[in-house]
Design a protein around this ligand. Structure first.
Ligand code: UTP
Length: 295
């Protein structure tokens, strides 16, 4: 079964980016000139997703507008010979059907996903967090969708290896590798932010999931968890007690742009990877090293 629907929750308060997020959704903050959310949406498009569900909240209208067409701007770019910019703008506005649902109270990621239930229906779907960017040759959502298909259309949690000392920052997966496969596991449980000494593995879950629609029953049944919020982790653990759930180590470099350190890292890295900005960024770094005497 091909995965055609994806949920991108963007209803969070984004407190780590205040005061900007008082007025601008975190996901609209650009890495150089491209808003973070653009990368997540292009990942969905390049993974074959046809319908995208944004879970939004008050003040997030600019995200919807960004993925709408702006005919006046398109005409302006056309008349002024700006083909490259025109192509990018048109691609954003025409490649995917966007549906918006509201999360009226920010009761956690699990609650946000549950708000998309009526749009997802009986389908297996992808979840892509809008503030976790992954650069990879094959889009991560497609990598996970292929594993799901190969395992009989089951849920698959995207995971990446992290240093042991950092397990306390992530959801960590416990499980057993499948025979002859060093990248896919049968997941037993997901543990939120374990101390390094208590972590069963170093496989962290940075916000990419393929979920069967049974997750919605689980989301309905779980009580509020850590922080008084409905946690997606709790629902996935319940799902894993009822059905096979897999984890898969995806290929790609992940950037947690939901915090300042990850955001700065992505900005420098993306500038260095792009021919148009590489030399500019190199020169800035060289100059700063000279100015501040960084060793
Ligand atoms: P975060 O934990 O990063 O929370 O949510 P946040 O509110 O966006 O940011 P901070 O921690 O206050 O700085 C992870 C993802 O889940 C979404 C967020 O939009 C983000 O994409 N989310 C979180 C919701 O959609 N609703 C919620 O109730 C909570």
């Amino acid at each position: 079964m091909n995965i055609r629907k994806a949920v991108i929750p963007v209803a969070g308060k984004g407190t780590r980016f205040l005061p900007a997020t008082k007025q601008i959704p975190k996901e609209m903050i650009p890495i150089i000139n491209i808003p973070m959310i653009h990368y997540s949406v292009m990942e969905a498009v390049n993974s074959g997703i046809e319908q995208l569900v944004f879970v939004t909240s008050t003040g997030k209208e600019s995200i919807e507008n960004y993925f709408d067409r702006n005919l006046e701007l398109e005409r302006f770019l056309e008349q002024n010979g700006k083909e490259k910019e025109l192509e990018l703008i048109q691609k954003i506005g025409t490649t995917i059907e966007v549906i918006t649902v509201r999360q009226k109270e920010q009761l956690g990621l699990g609650h946000a996903i549950n708000c998309a239930k009526h749009v997802i229906g009986d389908d297996t779907f992808a979840v892509i967090l809008g503030d976790d960017l992954v650069r990879s040759e094959e889009p991560v959502t497609r990598q996970l969708a292929e594993v799901s298909k190969a395992q009989g259309n089951k849920s698959v949690i995207g995971v990446m290896e992290v240093p042991n000392k950092d397990t306390f920052r992530y959801g960590i997966v416990d499980g057993e590798f499948l025979a002859d496969d060093k990248k896919s596991l049968h997941m037993k449980a997901m543990i939120e932010k374990p101390k390094p000494s208590e972590a069963p593995t170093n496989l962290a879950t940075p916000g990419r999931y393929i979920l069967t629609n049974e997750i919605f029953d689980c989301l309905d049944e779980i009580p509020r968890g850590v922080g008084g919020e409905y946690q997606l982790t709790d629902a996935i653990n319940l799902l894993a007690s009822r059905d096979k759930v897999f984890a898969h180590i995806f290929n790609g470099d992940r950037f947690d742009t939901g915090n300042i350190e990850g955001y700065l890292n992505a900005t420098v890295e993306f500038a260095l990877r792009d021919e148009a900005t590489r030399d500019i960024m190199m020169n800035i770094i060289k100059e700063k090293i000279g100015t501040y005497g960084i060793k």
